[in-house]
Design a protein around this ligand. Sequence first.
Ligand code: ADP
Length: 174
Amino acid sequence: MNKKPIDKIEARQGDITRLDVDAIVNAANTSLLGGGGVDGAIHRAAGAALLEECRRIGGCPTGEARITRGYNLPARHIIHTVGPVFRGRPQDRELLAACYRNSLALANENQIASLAFPAVSCGVYGYPMAEACRVAVETTLAFLEKHSLPEHVIFMLFSAADLKIYRDYIAALS
Ligand code: ADP
């Protein structure tokens, strides 16, 4: 029997650059040319060839996503998405949901079975973790309801406090 969407998602704590999955998602900026936080960590771990491919892509608007190879990462691909800077507007939620939806759609088109997300927009871009968690999980479950790929989605949180927010929210839905 097919697994239910809730059984295909999982929250874990750690460094997303270490994950051996088909694709990891990068919380990039519109230039796609690297930055701080998880973006910097991914570019450092993937190596200079990633920057070359990102240069050729030529940027990405907020809410959209682009795919590259994973280069020196254990992950085969990187899906770069650009989260909104949190300002407390209704559009923030829409744009963050679009990041998850568009990343999942790219994964689906590229036959990606295992995918890992960081907490997009929750660092320098200031999105409150608990609100972002609801958007991430709801949007992902709605996508998995309608599509068979990806088969497994990991939400990779950096801190124990962030992990608890995700685990509590997912447990309440189960
Ligand atoms: P944004 O600009 O979209 O806010 P950041 O990179 O500043 O992106 O932060 C997004 C989230 O990624 C934050 O919760 C941060 O703690 C987390 N983070 C930073 N480095 C890593 C990493 N190597 N693996 C997983 N998560 C990370």
